[in-house]
Design a protein around this ligand. Structure first.
Ligand SMILES: CC(C)(COP(=O)(O)OP(=O)(O)OC[C@H]1O[C@@H](n2cnc3c(N)ncnc32)[C@H](O)[C@@H]1OP(=O)(O)O)[C@@H](O)C(=O)NCCC(=O)NCCS
Length: 142
């Protein structure tokens, strides 16, 4: 079941059917620093298997975030963006507020994310630098 939130003429929705997957793919491949080589089929598969949060002005999608989660212990926050014309008016903060308060994402043991330069944004929502980075490992394929 999907949910919707409204504020100042904008909507956040978890309805995957509302997402503009072409826009997400275009943003990721032309404007993100982390997913420039992601193919459209990969974006579609990722969306299919995530809890997605689309940000809309009327029917136009202007932002996105997705959460990869087991809904019990762990959540990975990924692909957060607001398109350029809509930045610096608090939309990503509203988006994160909605994401971390989502009823199905409460009581998890851990959230994670990776960011190059937006640490101060995520800090406002309880994310911290890794305390024990020696304990963590990662495996890259592509
Ligand atoms: C990062 C991004 C989502 C911010 O969206 P936004 O709607 O313009 O941000 P907001 O207006 O809600 O404000 C963001 C807050 O985080 C802070 N911040 C910290 N690092 C930031 C960064 N790298 N970029 C933007 N804001 C940042 C801002 O100062 C602001 O806090 P403040 O209001 O307390 O001063 C947007 O700039 C974007 O899509 N950038 C390109 C994609 C990207 O880098 N995504 C994040 C990947 S981890």
């Amino acid at each position: 079941m999907s949910s919707e939130w409204h504020k100042d003429g904008f909507t956040i929705s978890t309805d995957p059917g509302r997402l503009d997957v072409d826009l997400i793919h275009r943003f990721l491949t032309t404007e993100s620093y982390w997913a420039q080589h992601r193919t459209l089929p990969t974006v579609k598969l990722a969306v299919q298997n995530s809890l997605n949060f689309g940000v809309y002005e009327d029917d136009r999608q202007i932002g996105f975030a997705r959460v990869v989660t087991d809904y019990a212990t762990f959540a990975w926050l990924a692909d957060v963006f607001i398109i350029a014309d809509y930045r610096r008016r608090g939309l990503s903060k509203w988006l994160l507020q909605i994401v971390v308060a989502h009823p199905r994402l409460q009581g998890l043991r851990r959230w994670m994310l990776a960011t190059r330069d937006a640490h101060e944004l995520y800090r406002q929502f309880g994310f911290q630098d890794l305390q024990d980075s020696n304990s963590w490992m990662t495996r890259f394929e592509a």
